[in-house]
Design a protein around this ligand. Structure first.
Ligand SMILES: NC(=O)C1=CN([C@@H]2O[C@H](COP(=O)(O)OP(=O)(O)OC[C@H]3O[C@@H](n4cnc5c(N)ncnc54)[C@H](OP(=O)(O)O)[C@@H]3O)[C@@H](O)[C@H]2O)C=CC1
Ligand SMILES: O=C(O)[C@@H]1CCC=N1
Length: 271
């Protein structure tokens, strides 16, 4: 891809995207220009990937064809104020923040900008991200294709109407955190039953990866796949019954409600 990509903010999520893009060889390290609040972060990313770094946000924004706002939701107003006169008029502006709307971006730039709102997740680092994208009407089909190319290189990309975007953190932006907790719990259970800890992590993580692939590749309903594992009178149904008694599914859905409510609160605060 013959474009310069700027990252304003270079924390966990930006680094997952940068690492994923570079692994897929979509661009060279010299095409990525990142800024952050501290020199420490910039030194870290420079030594990890040899990308270009700038301590000034303007420095990262002015040379970029695509500008990622990879900062906290609350930092958007101040940062956009800082860079808005330096961003190229034809640049594509992307926010990856929870709860930052396209209208907020347009209003903060004070002009028509090509704006895209994306909710990615950290498995982008290993090419297994899930990113949901929503664009304003200034974004052309060619722009969309270009941005979709980036996110398809680091996992799966889906376009959705903006009204859906506040619901995405709970299901795919934040959910890797709950899945890691599940893997950790599985591994602890393995250790409790006498398995070595390192192998327990491997067994647990591979079971989660395999189960996810079964859902994606067989197209079967998760309930049907679950039923296939439960041998009549066997061991699995005992575990399933205990998970139901302990409110496993209700706990997951209620956790997602909390995440959704917080995202809506961020949206309300920033829009
Ligand atoms: N983590 C995740 O899994 C996901 C995060 N997101 C979104 O990504 C965004 C960043 O989150 P995350 O990566 O977790 O957070 P981090 O705290 O890891 O990263 C934030 C980055 O922003 C930089 N920063 C903060 N203020 C400024 C500023 N004024 N100028 C320049 N740089 C600044 C920080 O610099 P420094 O390092 O020097 O402090 C840091 O590099 C959030 O909006 C979040 O909603 C979206 C999906 C998933
Ligand atoms: O915790 C957060 O707010 C961000 C959004 C999705 C994942 N991390």
């Amino acid at each position: 891809m013959n474009k310069n990509i700027g990252f304003i903010g270079c924390g966990k999520m930006a680094q997952a995207i940068i690492g994923g893009i570079l692994k897929s060889n979509l661009v060279n390290p010299s095409q990525i220009i990142a800024s952050a609040r501290t020199e420490k972060t910039l030194d870290d990313v420079k030594s990890r990937w040899n990308i270009q770094t700038r301590l000034s946000n303007i420095g990262a924004a002015e040379e970029a064809d695509i500008v990622f706002l990879a900062i906290e939701p609350d930092a958007h107003g101040e940062v956009i104020d800082e860079i808005k006169d330096s961003v190229r008029s034809d640049a594509i502006i992307i926010t990856i923040a929870a709860g930052i709307s396209l209208t907020f971006l347009e209003q903060s730039f004070g002009r028509k900008v090509r704006a895209i709102r994306i909710m990615p997740n950290t498995p982008s680092l290993v090419g297994e991200g899930m990113s949901v994208l929503s664009a304003n009407e200034s974004v052309s089909p060619d722009d969309m294709e270009e941005v979709e190319k980036i996110f398809s290189c680091i996992g799966r990309a889906a376009f959705m109407e903006e009204k859906m975007m506040d619901a995405i953190p709970a299901i795919s932006g934040s959910s890797p955190a709950y899945v890691y907790m599940f893997i950790e719990a599985l591994a602890d259970g393995g250790v409790k039953a006498g398995l070595p800890r390192e192998q327990s992590y491997q067994l647990a993580a591979q079971a989660v990866l395999g189960a996810a692939k079964m859902v994606l590749e067989t197209g079967l309903h998760p309930a049907e796949l679950k039923d296939e594992v439960c041998t009549p009178g066997g061991a699995t149904i005992e575990a399933v019954a205990e998970l139901e008694r302990k409110g496993f599914r209700a706990a997951v859905m209620s956790a997602m409600d909390q995440c959704f409510e917080k995202t809506k609160a961020l949206s309300g605060k920033n829009n």
